[in-house]
Structure formats: structure tokens, C-alpha cells
Design a protein around this ligand. Sequence first.
Ligand SMILES: NC(=O)c1ccc[n+]([C@@H]2O[C@H](COP(=O)([O-])OP(=O)(O)OC[C@H]3O[C@@H](n4cnc5c(N)ncnc54)[C@H](OP(=O)(O)O)[C@@H]3O)[C@@H](O)[C@H]2O)c1
Length: 291
Amino acid sequence: MPLLNFSPVVAGVWRMASWEWSVAERVRWIEQCLEAGVTTFDHADIYGGYTVEGLFGEALAAAPELKARVKLVTKCGIHLLNPSRPETWIKHYDSSGRHIAASVERSLKNLGVEQLDLLLLHRPDSLMEVDEVAQVFDALRAAGKVAAFGVSNFTPSQFALLYSQTPLVTNQIEWHPLHLAPLFDGTLDQAQQLRLRPMIWSPLAGGALFSSDGDAAHRVRRALGRIAGERGVSEATVAYAWLGRHPSHPVAITGTRRIEAIREAVAATEIVLTRQEWTEILVAGTGKDVP
Ligand SMILES: NC(=O)c1ccc[n+]([C@@H]2O[C@H](COP(=O)([O-])OP(=O)(O)OC[C@H]3O[C@@H](n4cnc5c(N)ncnc54)[C@H](OP(=O)(O)O)[C@@H]3O)[C@@H](O)[C@H]2O)c1
């Protein structure tokens, strides 16, 4: 059950501006991701203070043969306080048809492509007009500018509301052993019920899984380390395998710049944790045995 025609692991580029790479380094990184089996890249209009799509687009322009080989996800719906947006005086959300259409045009231009493979509404917007969103999605699909649509960070009822009016293919959510809410708040149940694979952001808690001094992180590291030792793989691979074991078939979005760390995510797609291994990591995250 593939998520569109995406790779089983997606590379996130939220942090790309901070990598301070040359165009040639960005091209090489994209090529190495492809060599590792990662074809799909997760963007948002706002990443890097509205700069990352352009950085990626520069790389694609320098190596245009890559355009046919990559799948591009991007997001819209957040207005950041940023010098390039002087009209914005408070950070806010905007799911108006006008904003979505304008943001898609900018993303296409920044990335230098004719079509986005997937567009997500980045955050739930309390002022969302469902019919207006459905209309603009239809128009963008009909114009060939966006192949498919989804959302990010939506609660199950917010998802159900929009899904009642327009097809959505995923909810991109935060989930890792230090953030367990999606297991218990209906988010992953809904994904299974609708047979829509969730995309998982910050699968390693943004690195906190390995760097945090908190008790839960210590417990999780111990569990990951034990299982990793037994299976002869890295702790990060076990962390990805823990997500991948869920029957909703989650698609992890890596955030690392290091290709060897991306390979650790890909390696997890070959591993099926036992129920007891899976529970050991869950229990490490919650700090208590299952009832
Ligand atoms: N939809 C949303 O609201 C939303 C929100 C946040 C993120 N996202 C998406 O999700 C992607 C991933 O988020 P994330 O960057 O927080 O993911 P992550 O994979 O949980 O964290 C990546 C960070 O952890 C560090 N790290 C430490 N140890 C690592 C290890 N063993 N393996 C890999 N990385 C390790 C990485 O540093 P190194 O580079 O040095 O490895 C990097 O800074 C983003 O790029 C973005 O596309 C979406």
C-alpha cells in the first residue's frame, strides 16, 4: 500500500538552510538520497524563513535531470513574521483559497517544477472554510499544478471535516517514543480506518531521542540500545522500526543531513519488531507498564 508513488522513507529539508551548502553540495545530497532509495523530499513554503524551496530549486536547476526522479511534497497555510513579508505583523494561519493558490504558484516557481506531487495544509486553521479549500484543491488538481492533497497536524475530527468534502491522502504528524499522543488520541486509528498512510515528522524527536537528558529519553535510549545490540543494527534504525511496526504503515520523514543516517532509516524498512520489543520501547516512553 504505497503512499502515492513515494519512497518508503522521505527526506525532510526543514533544516537545509542551516546546512549552508553550496549548490554542488545540495545536488550531491539529492543524488545520494536517490542512491539510498529515497526519492521523496518534504518541504514547506516557510522552511528556512521562506528560503529552502529556493535552495532546493537551485540544485534542481543545476542538475535538471533530477527533476524527473524526485517527488516533491510541500506545505502552505502559515504566515511567518519575516522581513520578506512586511505585511504580516503576527504569525497566523491562512487556509483561504487565495493564499493556497498563491502559495502553490510560489512553490512551483521556487522549486522550478511544473507540478507538486503533494500539497499539505501545514496546520489546522480555526477559520478554515471547508468548501473554499475543496474548491481550490479541485482547481489546482484540474490545472495539473498539484497531484494530490493532504494535511498536517490535524486532529481526527479536523481531518474528518475536510475529508468529507475533498480527497486527502495523508495527515503528517509528530510521533516518536517521547510523543505518544497519536497512538491514543484516535489519529492513527483514523489513518488505519481510512487506509491512509500517515507521514511522521521528527521521527527521532528532532534528535532529542539521542541528546535529551530527560528520564524518558534515558529509558528510551536504554531500550533502543538493548534491541539494537541484539539485532546488530543502530539505535536510530530501531527507532524508525518502532514507528514502522504500526499497522497504519507510517512513512517516516528523516531530518538529518547525513546520508549514513538516512540509510539507517531505510534499513528499518527491513525490520519487523516483535510485539514485546515494540512494547518495551512504548513502556520506556510512557514510564509505566501497559495496564
Ligand atoms: N509538518 C510539520 O509540522 C513538521 C514539523 C517539523 C518537521 N517536519 C518535517 O519533518 C522532517 C524531519 O524533522 P526533524 O528534522 O525534526 O527529524 P528528526 O529526524 O527527528 O531529527 C533530525 C535531527 O536530529 C539530529 N540527529 C541526532 N542524532 C541522529 C541520528 N542518529 N540520526 C538522525 N538524526 C540525528 C539530526 O542531526 P544531523 O543532521 O547532524 O544528523 C537533525 O538535527 C523535517 O525536515 C520536515 O520536513 C514537519
